[in-house]
Design a protein around this ligand. Structure first.
Ligand code: Q46
Ligand code: ZN
Ligand code: ZN
Length: 315
């Protein structure tokens, strides 16, 4: 297979674009496309202060690398979840994030969940779930809360995450199977700020396949954590990704068209009545002040109060 640009040896063939590229041209193409999507979807500009949520994995580090090289002002945020029991996942992933920041002379903000909330994610899950189920729901809500809090309090213009097309298509697939209308209405490459405490969010990689962001990280020589969080095994999102990959194998471009057709349907008014920006009924959490649809405390404060309550009982 030959590179479309120079005729040299291609390292990647993107069947959905009918495009094969060599290393050199792929490392130019992916950042160029990222810039194109940032502009097309009005994500942010050069004057904006950007906060990149960094997990130490390939997507977030590749994104930070590209934003930095494109000339954007992007700081990183690493959240220490304390998931270290089986393979030291959190400690290792933090090391990758820190090394990347030092190597590129970038600012990395590190927030440790145990320090600010009182327990690691596995300990909090053990206390609330009593051995049943995965820690992913408390983990997800804690990460969202911290990302938003740091972005808002640090007066960042936008919070960006490294979600790729496989992530987005899998989430869309799950939400569609359940007709989760609220989630479908909120699923978008850009979420506008909600006055009163919800930061603007953007996903500049949402049109790239996972193999493309992985190829970028490898070819660019970025050191990232290969292992997944041990709790990711058996996750529904992985099952949905496998199903979509089967579809993609038979019909190249199926994933991309599934997601882009959804965006077009949304633009033409599907779910318009559910648009989060028009949901005026958000209250301020009585404890932390973040906007919430709950009448008193937000889910983060309620959950962590329960965790701390159980800690006192078991102490
Ligand atoms: S939610 Fe669950 Fe992830 Fe948290 S506990 Fe691990 S797998 S890290 S994206
Ligand atoms: Zn080439
Ligand atoms: Zn709260």
């Amino acid at each position: 297979m030959k590179c479309r640009k120079c005729g040299g040896k291609a390292v990647i063939n993107m069947r959905q674009h009918k495009l094969a590229l060599c290393k050199e041209h792929f490392l130019i193409w992916l950042p160029e496309q990222t810039q194109r999507f940032i502009e097309k979807y009005h994500m942010f500009g050069y004057q904006d202060r950007i906060l990149v949520a960094v997990s130490g994995g390939k997507d977030s580090l590749a994104l930070w690398d590209i934003l930095h090289h494109l000339g954007y002002q992007a700081d990183g945020l690493y959240i220490g979840l304390g998931i270290n029991q089986e393979n030291g996942y959190s400690l290792k992933s933090q090391e990758f994030a820190e090394k990347f920041a030092i190597k590129n002379n970038l600012k990395l903000i590190v927030v440790d969940v145990a320090e600010i909330a009182g327990a690691t994610i596995p300990d909090a899950a053990a206390l609330t779930l009593r051995g049943k189920g995965k820690p992913c729901s408390i983990c997800g809500l804690t990460k969202r809360h911290i990302m938003n809090r740091v972005a808002y309090q640090g007066q960042y213009d936008v919070l960006v995450t490294g979600h790729n097309l496989d992530d987005e298509a899998a989430a869309l697939f799950g939400n569609t199977l359940n007709w989760a209308v609220g989630y479908l209405a909120r699923q978008s490459p850009v979420l506008e700020e909600i006055t009163g405490g919800l930061a603007r969010k953007a996903k500049p990689f949402f049109r790239f396949y996972e193999r493309e962001t992985a190829a970028y990280a490898l070819l660019q020589g970025i050191d990232y954590i290969y292992q997944e969080c041990p709790h990711a095994t058996g996750a529904k999102s992985i099952y949905y990704k496998e199903q979509l990959n089967q579809l993609e194998a038979d019909r190249p471009g199926a994933k991309l068209s599934f997601y882009l057709s959804f965006l077009r349907a949304k633009e033409s008014g599907l779910f318009a009545h559910q648009d989060p920006a028009t949901q005026a009924n958000l209250n301020s959490c009585q404890t932390c002040g973040q906007p919430t649809s709950a009448p008193e405390q937000c889910a983060f404060c309620r959950t962590w109060d329960r965790v701390r309550g159980r800690q006192t009982i078991t102490a």
